[in-house]
Structures are given as structure tokens and as C-alpha cells.
Design a binder for this molecule. Structure first.
Ligand code: DOR
Ligand code: ZN
Length: 339
């Protein structure tokens, strides 16, 4: 049977939440991935080193696999001080996450104005300390133009701080791709949903709230150009699922939550996708090697995971005490399987 073995898969953009939600979703990632970049937009946002370290402990306690490497990120707020950044660095935290205020779930502590004397100072220190700046790059304009409207901010930060590595998280717009070529210090993560779906999958037929996410899924051209980057394992991009669990009732209500919960199916789905385009040989670079190089990850173990070309089904729901979480394409079949 055809199979592929992936060494140290990494998910460079993951939402794990806290408490019961964390306990019920974490093993979908930690059983198969060696590490992940963990987003800080919790209901109690990770704005200090103290909270970050506590969260790292909670993650490892909740995970069956204790060898998992959670790369915790620090949430950039207007009140983040130089000392706190130094403290974070000395405690092994290396990624700073920038959310524009109001751009997405739990971003109310984010930045109202991105380029202020205070943030410029923080970027300078972050550069000196060797932090990576991970950015949710969206304006508050028309939803299909938000990433594009943020482009000048990416360019300005990249130009002013040439030694600061900047990640365009969940790149969704083909017009962002040229930033990778233009600035040595700009990189990107790509999700499964942005490289395989478009706005039609959200509102083209009936309304599909489980496909609703930020940044919104875009045009066929955006999808196809981003897919090409992934399939060719462009050295400046790597996989970041942006798997973001929400309770079903919060997805379905009026003003429903943005987020696609893809963790239970991303690895077999990526195998199916890369095989379809005859690019399975590039999956290792996309899922691990590029990230190891670009984020300077040197301390991974020897975890590997073999996937087989055989049918598997995606769980239709994950049951929590009060409500369910619905995975991406829950209940459907895939042509590849884990283990
Ligand atoms: O769709 C999204 N959901 N995009 C984000 O940026 C945040 C995430 C979440 O936390 O639910
Ligand atoms: Zn995210």
C-alpha cells in the first residue's frame, strides 16, 4: 500500500484554547505533530511571560504526548514593555503575535494603530532580541480587501527592521505573494482551507458557517496561486493550519464566530492534496523542513508519522459537555489515513 512517512510535522499556526476545549482538541495535533506555534488569543489573552509559561504547562498537562513542543506566542498589546519582552526571551518565548484590534476572535486587546512610537520601539527591541513577529495582517476595510490594504504596513515594518523576521499569517490574497520576493525578512504560513477553498464555499450556495474564518476565503485565483506556493514548498512558506475550534452553537448563532477546526483531518487531507497534484515529494518541506529553517528550530526529537493511501473518515463532531465542535468536512471520507 502506498504510504508516506513525515518527519517531525509542525503546525506553525494553531489555536488550542483553554480548559475543556483544550483537553478535547489537543491530541488531534500532539499525537501526530512534533510541535506547533500556539496562538495567544485566549479569553484571558497571553499578554505576559507569566501567563505564557502557565499556558505552556496547561498544554503539556493536557496532552498525551509530552514530547510535543508548544511554541507559545506573546500577544502584542499597547502596554507591552521592553522589560517584559526581555523576560519572555529569557524564558524561551521567541514569537510575538500582532493582532489589529477587532480583526478577529479575541483581538480586542490588539493594536488600534499599528505603527506608533511605542510599537516601533517594541519592533526594534524584538529585532535585537531575535524575536519573530507573527502578524494577522488585515485592515478594517471591506472584507475581501483587508489583507491587501494591510500590505503597506508589512512593507514598512520589513523595511524599517530588516533583521526582524515577519510572518504573514494565513496568507489569503495572491497580491501578498510578491512581498515574499521583495523583502528578505518576510515569510508566510498557509492554511489548508485557504489553499483549497474560496468564498463560494462559504456563501456561494447555502450559508456554510463552518467555513467562515478570518481572513475570509477569497477568489479562485487567490486559492490557486497560494496552492501553487504550497505544492512547490516555496522556501519562505510553511504549513500553519489556523485550526480554530469553536462550539457549534457559537458558530451557528447570529454574528457567529470565525474559525475552521481542521486539526482532526489536516495531515491526511494534505497527503490527498499533494498526491493529486503529483507533489507528495514536497510535503515534507512544506510541513516541517521550511519551518525548521525559517524559525530556527533545532531541538526536535525523532517523531515521524506514516500515512497510508486508504480510506478514512473525518469525525462528524467532537462532543464536549455542553455542546459539540464540528471539524472541517466532518463526516466526509478522505483517501489517506493516519496510522
Ligand atoms: O478564523 C479565525 N479564527 N481567524 C483568526 O484569526 C482567529 C481564529 C480564532 O481564534 O478563532
Ligand atoms: Zn489564527
Amino acid at each position: 500500500m502506498e504510504s508516506i512517512t513525515l518527519h517531525n510535522p509542525l503546525d506553525m499556526h494553531l489555536h488550542l484554547r483553554e480548559g475543556e476545549m483544550l483537553k478535547n482538541t489537543i491530541d488531534f495535533t500532539t499525537s501526530f505533530f512534533s510541535g506547533a506555534v500556539i496562538m495567544p488569543n485566549l479569553s484571558t489573552p497571553i499578554i505576559t511571560t507569566y501567563l505564557a509559561l502557565q499556558y505552556r504547562d496547561e498544554i503539556l498537562q493536557s496532552s498525551k504526548d509530552k514530547s510535543f513542543l508548544p511554541l507559545i506566542t506573546l500577544y502584542l498589546t499597547d502596554s507591552l514593555e521592553e522589560e517584559e519582552l526581555k523576560n519572555a526571551k529569557s524564558n524561551g518565548i521567541r514569537i510575538l503575535k500582532l493582532y489589529p484590534k477587532g480583526a478577529t476572535t479575541n483581538s480586542q486587546n490588539g493594536l488600534d494603530t499599528i505603527l506608533t512610537p511605542h510599537t516601533l520601539k517594541i519592533f526594534e527591541i524584538a529585532q535585537e532580541l531575535g524575536f519573530i513577529l507573527s502578524i494577522h495582517g488585515e485592515s478594517n476595510g471591506f472584507c475581501m480587501e483587508r489583507e491587501y490594504e494591510f500590505k503597506t504596513i508589512f512593507a514598512q515594518i520589513a523595511q524599517s527592521f530588516p533583521k526582524l523576521k515577519i510572518i504573514i499569517e494565513h496568507m489569503s490574497d495572491h497580491r501578498s505573494i510578491e512581498l515574499l520576493e521583495r523583502y528578505e525578512n518576510i515569510y508566510a504560513t498557509l492554511t489548508l482551507h485557504h489553499i483549497t477553498m474560496t468564498l463560494d464555499d462559504v456563501i456561494g450556495g447555502g450559508l456554510r458557517p463552518h467555513h467562515f474564518c478570518k481572513p475570509i476565503l477569497k477568489t479562485p485565483k487567490d486559492r490557486d496561486m497560494l496552492l501553487k506556493l504550497a505544492l512547490n514548498a516555496h522556501p519562505k512558506v510553511c504549513f500553519g493550519s489556523d485550526s480554530a475550534p469553536h462550539l457549534e452553537k457559537n458558530k451557528l448563532k447570529d454574528n457567529g464566530a470565525a474559525g475552521v477546526f481542521s486539526a482532526p483531518m489536516v495531515l491526511p487531507a494534505l497527503c490527498e492534496l499533494f498526491e493529486k497534484y503529483d507533489k507528495l515529494h514536497n510535503l515534507q518541506a512544506f510541513i516541517s523542513n521550511n519551518a525548521q529553517t525559517n524559525y530556527n528550530i533545532t531541538h526536535l526529537g525523532k517523531k515521524s508519522i506514516t500515512l497510508y493511501k486508504k480510506h478514512s473518515s473525518i469525525p462528524s463532531q467532537i462532543k464536549l459537555i455542553q455542546n459539540n465542535i464540528i471539524p472541517l468536512n466532518g463526516g466526509q471520507m478522505l483517501g489517506w489515513a493516519l496510522g
